[in-house]
Write a protein that binds this ligand. Structure first.
Ligand code: B12
Length: 226
């Protein structure tokens, strides 16, 4: 496929998107990379890039997979390409001055969807925080160990599949028990099916609906659980 031009993308993102998705499904890493890099070369907000290109394409891949129109292997291919592209944002993330705050970002045990959580960690980095990203399927004892070691200002838990809600609740309760004032943020697409009220029954746990809400939270200190 041809290398996309920055101007074309800036003027007409709708035109770039279908070809990006086609390339993602075809396993055409080179085209996907050039679209992604072209966006990064603009001053486009990282959050918009994550939502309008990355999230949108993976949600579409998920729908196609659910409808039996793409195979599991294709879905894995698309995910692997996406994860490799996310590393291209590093220079932008770490160019910001550090502000001495720390977030520990994780998924609940048994939660294998980690890309949303990775984006959360990146948003913290973008705002000068240090974002420790533990990835998928982190058992609660391991998370507690890391919190003891890093003494973060906040812990966030990402949930994609609703059947992992109980595990997330147990993890949040364990963190709360040992760290009574540490803020805990939860989010992810599983909450479209409910569960928000149950998480917020645990003191100092707050549900955030989007990366925009996360940015608002980051920009509105003081941060404390009570
Ligand atoms: C890739 C993928 C996988 C990969 C994940 C690999 C990886 N490295 O992450 C693998 C193969 C492991 C997988 C497994 C499964 N998957 Co899957 N998977 C997907 C897919 C296609 C993309 C996921 C993704 O990365 N999305 C993009 C990210 C950016 O979106 P996001 O997670 O929602 O995050 C955004 C927001 O929610 C938010 N956010 C997320 N967390 C947080 C936290 C905070 C604090 C905040 C503020 C914001 C926030 O920020 C992000 C940016 O906006 C989705 C389709 C979809 N709709 O997402 C299906 C999907 C999520 N999977 C699904 C299913 C059913 C499964 C399996 C059960 C399949 C199976 N039978 O084995 C297993 C479950 C495994 C488990 N125990 O977790 C279903 C879930 C349906 C449902 N109603 O719950 C989906 C929706 C597909 C579908 N359409 O049916 N999957």
């Amino acid at each position: 496929m041809d290398k996309p031009k920055v101007n074309m993308i800036m003027k007409a993102p709708e035109e770039a998107y279908p070809r990006y998705l086609t390339a993602l499904l075809a396993g055409d890493r080179a085209h996907c990379r050039s679209v992604f890099e072209a966006y990064l070369a603009t001053d486009m907000d990282l959050r918009m890039l994550y939502q309008d290109l990355v999230q949108r394409s993976l949600y579409d891949v998920g729908t196609l997979w659910e409808q039996g129109r793409v195979s599991v292997a294709t879905e894995h291919l698309a995910t692997a390409i996406t994860e490799s592209l996310l590393n291209l944002v590093y220079p932008r993330l770490f160019s910001q001055p550090r502000i001495g705050k720390t977030a520990v970002v994780s998924c609940a045990a048994n939660e294998y969807h980690q890309i949303g959580g990775k984006m959360v960690a990146d948003i913290f980095e973008l705002h000068g925080w240090r974002g420790y990203f533990l990835g998928a399927n982190t058992p609660a004892p391991g998370l507690l160990d890391l919190i003891r070691e890093k003494r973060p200002d906040v812990v966030t838990l990402s949930l994609t599949v609703y059947f992992n809600l109980e595990t997330l609740l147990q993890t949040a309760a364990a963190v709360r028990k040992e760290f009574p004032t540490l803020p805990i943020l939860v989010g992810g697409q599983a909450f479209r099916w409910g569960g928000r009220e149950r998480t917020e029954e645990i003191e100092g746990v707050r549900h955030l609906g989007s990366l925009a809400d996360l940015e608002s939270w980051i920009k509105s200190p003081p941060h404390h659980a009570n």
